[in-house]
Ligand binder design. Structure first.
Ligand code: ACO
Length: 203
């Protein structure tokens, strides 16, 4: 296996060999262009983000500035929205489901380095896949660490550091991120805490 194949297999690999550095440079060039587009250049934004991401469903919008290593290792479903300053270290695969929203400063880190300093200084690093289900809302300043899966319909509270898998249908928050409670039918009619919708078309 070359270093790229090792990287994608979640094995220790060296990030500057076998064309990986060139791929990152090419991606950074596109990302820089994306981040410099004017807000009204919607068609160009859409074309460029589709050429950066490995896969993108219908209605993907990522607010600039956005940062990622390769782009190609990110798969986003339909209706993906990421607010300002999203950082995705996509050394490993990142799979994002349908109807997912990221608040500002969400960071997904598939990448990591060995713990022991001698192993770390060898230059080997790794990327372990991150998976986000459907209908997930991730609050501002959330960090997701390598290998985590966030279940469908989950809400991740602002400022959380998600170090372990989060099941479907829960609110989870904190550092480390833990389940606060399940989301149930009772949540349907509220838009914030005990404030009920005053409109009919919210479902
Ligand atoms: C796409 C975009 O751009 S979105 C715009 C950006 N907005 C955001 O990032 C806002 C994100 N919202 C949050 O983090 C909210 O706190 C929510 C959605 C998690 C609140 O969910 P609720 O069910 O209403 O939780 P509630 O406020 O009742 O709190 C329940 C408990 O969790 C705690 N809690 C709530 N949010 C957090 C959090 N982010 N971190 C740690 N603890 C939290 C509360 O303090 C409370 O604890 P207690 O029981 O000890 O008193």
């Amino acid at each position: 296996m070359n270093q790229k194949e090792r990287m994608l297999a979640g094995l220790p690999y060296k990030a500057w060999l076998d064309g990986l550095m060139e791929e990152r440079t090419e991606n950074k060039r596109k990302v820089q262009l994306y981040n410099q587009l004017r807000p009204d250049e919607r068609t160009r934004q859409e074309e460029l983000i589709r050429s950066i991401l490995g896969k993108a469903g219908k209605g993907v919008h990522i607010e600039p500035p956005f940062f990622c290593d390769y782009g190609l290792n990110i798969e986003a479903g339909d209706n993906f929205y990421a607010n300002f300053n999203c950082t995705i270290l996509d050394v490993g695969k990142v799979k994002i489901g349908n109807n997912v929203m990221f608040a500002p400063n969400v960071s997904l880190y598939t990448a990591g380095h060995p713990i022991h300093p001698d192993s770390r200084n060898s230059g080997y690093e790794y990327g372990i896949a991150i998976t986000i289900g459907d209908n997930v809302w991730i609050g501002g300043n959330v960090v997701v660490t390598p290998g985590v899966t966030i279940g469908s319909n989950a809400v991740i509270g602002a400022g959380s550091v998600v170090t372990k898998d989060i099941p479907d249908n829960v609110i989870a928050a904190g550092n480390p991120c833990r389940v606060i409670r399940e989301i149930t039918e009772d949540d349907r009619k509220y838009y914030f805490k005990d404030r009920e919708f005053d409109v009919e078309d919210y479902m």
